[in-house]
Design a protein around this ligand. Structure first.
Ligand SMILES: Cc1cc2nc3c(=O)[nH]c(=O)nc-3n(C[C@H](O)[C@H](O)[C@H](O)COP(=O)(O)OP(=O)(O)OC[C@H]3O[C@@H](n4cnc5c(N)ncnc54)[C@H](O)[C@@H]3O)c2cc1C
Length: 398
């Protein structure tokens, strides 16, 4: 039994409503079990990543069912995503250094045949470590891995196989349907001990056996200690970049990307685009080929959103980032509007599409409220959750 992801908002809403009864004490006690079909986690991440459903909708629904204290663990996990995004937004060089790191390690793979063989074996699930090989195959065939499996996998990649963490993060990002520049890059850095100084995550046989209910017991195969990993330290925090305001008085075109496929929050504020561009940016995820299920998910998800909003989007075209300026000009647009693109490949692609017609990036109030608190570790951020949740409860759905 595997999780499958139908790229529609209806599927996202159904998944949320089916999982809601489990977001309370069940989630707190069972979420770490990595079992076939993943019954104890929501499987919402590909939908949230594309914002076919938003974090605040998930939180609103959860709080409609349980108190904050009963659903504390689930709510905290949703906020982990928010925290990582805010953290990276204020330290954008971590993303560019990661990208340089991937390129440098891929150059090594070209010239060092030993490294190339070990990297290929890990990506193909041919290391001989049964659990690791299983997760490599699960990831490449489904586009999803349970959080605990991601932690074990990253730890074995780094500390047992002694492969560069950047290549592991790149392997994930080429296959994950929920692939996210912040959660993935910082998740790998956290396991490697680069994110939180001196704190590594070491996968242990007994922990894997317990939380897979003995499906796997990698006896005597795993590193017994986490040897330090080389990598760049965390940079100083920069101010949170300002978002743009929405001006509905001039001819505008709308740009839809994989960062946010719920444009209702802008349309409801009076945005009435003369045309809409669907802009695929997934090629920027990695210098290597991206798994086919990623563009397929994006295509169906954008078909879903453009069908649902068809009366409000004007003509809809699929446009490459480099053609956005001429496309916007052909529609007589004064400016382009998009939901805010956080640090990552989509923002990279749109930044390269600059020209006479400005692109305005509109941030959701959810992000605007939470991101400034990602100043230090999650522990400090977590203290703000009751206040943040209080603001959300009054918000309208996306
Ligand atoms: C090495 C590594 C790489 C990761 N890469 C990604 C990634 O590219 N994209 C991504 O969305 N998540 C990533 N995560 C975080 C986490 O594993 C996934 O968000 C989670 O497994 C998604 O499954 P779910 O929706 O069933 O989660 P649930 O447990 O049902 O959680 C609900 C939601 O909370 C958020 N969430 C849960 N756990 C985390 C977490 N630890 N960090 C951030 N957000 C979380 C997700 O949006 C998720 O959909 C990574 C974790 C690690 C350790």
């Amino acid at each position: 039994m595997t999780l499958t992801f139908e790229p529609t908002r209806t599927a996202a809403l159904n998944r949320l409503s089916n999982f809601l009864p489990h977001t309370g004490r069940d989630y707190a006690s069972l979420r770490n079990y990595d079992l076939p079909g993943h019954p104890h986690v929501s499987g919402l991440s590909p939908f949230i990543k594309h914002r076919l459903i938003t974090e605040e909708e998930v939180l609103q629904a959860t709080l409609g069912r349980f108190s904050l204290s009963t659903a504390e663990k689930f709510i905290q996990e949703v906020y982990w995503r928010t925290y990582w995004k805010g953290w990276l937004e204020m330290r954008p060089s971590v993303w560019t250094m990661y990208q340089s790191g991937v390129q440098a390690q891929l150059n090594r793979v070209q010239t060092e045949s030993g490294l190339r063989q070990e990297w290929e074996a890990a990506c193909k699930g041919e290391t001989g470590i049964e659990c690791f090989d299983h997760w490599a195959n699960e990831l490449t065939s489904t586009g999803y891995l349970h959080n605990h499996a991601r932690m074990w996998f990253a730890s074995i990649w780094i500390f047992t196989l002694r492969l560069p963490w950047e290549l592991g993060a790149d392997f994930f990002i080429r296959h994950l349907l929920d692939g996210d520049p912040a959660s993935n890059t910082l998740g790998w850095r956290w396991v490697a001990g680069l994110q939180t100084a001196g704190k590594t995550y070491l996968a242990r046989t007994s922990n894997i056996a317990k939380f897979t209910k003995e499906r796997f017991r990698p006896q005597y195969q795993l590193a017994g200690e986490a040897q330090p990993v080389e990598g760049f330290p965390n940079p100083e925090r920069a101010p949170l970049p300002l978002a743009d305001s929405l001006d509905t008085s001039v001819p505008t075109v709308l740009v839809l990307t994989d960062d946010d496929l719920s444009p209702g929050f802008m349309l409801d504020r009076g945005l009435s685009p003369v045309a809409t561009a669907v802009v695929p940016t997934y090629k920027g995820r990695s210098p290597l080929e991206i798994a086919d299920h990623i563009p397929a998910f994006f295509k169906s998800a954008t078909d879903d959103v453009t069908d649902r909003y068809c009366a409000r989007l004007g003509t809809v075209d699929t446009i490459a980032p480099e053609d956005l300026q001429s496309w916007a000009a052909s529609h007589g647009a004064d400016h382009m509007v998009t939901a805010y693109t956080p640090v990552g490949w989509t923002n990279d692609a749109l930044s390269r599409a600059t020209g006479d017609i400005p692109l305005r990036r509109i941030r959701r109030s959810y992000d605007e409220s939470a991101w400034p608190y990602a100043t230090a570790g999650f522990f400090k951020f977590k203290e703000k959750i009751p206040r943040l949740v209080g603001e959300i409860k009054g918000l309208k759905a996306a």
